[in-house]
Design a protein around this ligand. Structure first.
Ligand code: GSH
Length: 216
């Protein structure tokens, strides 16, 4: 039995972020499924792992964590020697990487998550209708963020520099969902953003993560 455990649903963007990081590191882990429709994430035993009642929760032996970005940072440092290097040991390079981690969390994700909810979760998972006004508002917000990304990616292959890093990885779940919606135009109309999306979505670790959604 693997000592690394991820508790959550493979349809959650935050859970997919953690699983992709584990796959980049080629680490074995156990997925402990949480039935969100049955509100298992709001009850014991899950609530003892994350008192905020949100997936994912993570265990590495005695260490118990929640918040997907904290979990991926832990994995990237703890298993830094394994396979893909997702962080930098150089303080200046790490500062740039950390800057783009913050951009993803505080500039990109609020717009991308709202659009994922309106365009994917509401119509496909909850059987609800998307709110057109909200979609228009958040497409505008995401477009502004992606204008900054387009300029950055014109000078640098990946967000933090020449190599794929945690800063790129954190975007994968929402980009993947949004590419199946009308919001894909925001990514595809910006050539450098489009090339970056194609590149990171083709990573074997991401393919392996997506395959977990197809398992019965
Ligand atoms: N900042 C948290 C967000 C986690 C989060 O929003 N999880 C969602 C699924 S993607 C969830 O559990 N939603 C159910 C709820 O909030 O009740 C993280 O990155 O782990």
């Amino acid at each position: 039995m693997a000592c690394l455990k991820v508790h959550g649903s493979v349809f959650s963007t935050a859970v997919l972020r953690v699983i992709t990081c584990l796959n980049e590191k080629d680490l074995e882990f156990e997925l402990v499924p949480i039935n969100m429709a049955a509100k298992e994430h709001k009850k014991e035993p899950f609530i003892s792992l994350n008192p905020f009642g949100q997936v994912p929760a993570f265990e590495d032996g005695d260490l118990k964590l929640f918040e997907s970005r904290a979990i991926t940072k832990y994995i990237a440092y703890e298993y830094k020697e394994k396979v893909t290097q997702l962080i930098s040991m150089d303080s200046k390079k790490m500062a740039i990487l950390a800057q783009w981690l913050e951009v993803e969390a505080h500039q990109y994700d609020p717009a991308a998550s709202k659009l994922t909810f309106e365009l994917v979760i509401k119509p496909l998972m909850l059987g609800l209708t998307s709110d057109g006004a909200v979609v228009e508002e958040y497409e505008g917000k995401l477009a502004k963020v992606l204008d900054v990304y387009e300029a950055r990616l014109a000078e640098s292959k990946y967000l933090a520099g020449d190599c794929f890093s945690l800063a790129d990885l954190h975007h994968l779940p929402s980009i993947n969902y949004l590419m199946g919606t009308q919001a894909k135009k925001l990514f595809e109309s910006r050539p450098h953003v489009s090339a970056w999306c194609t590149d990171i979505l083709a990573r074997p670790a991401w393919t392996k993560t997506l395959a977990m959604q197809k398992k019965p």
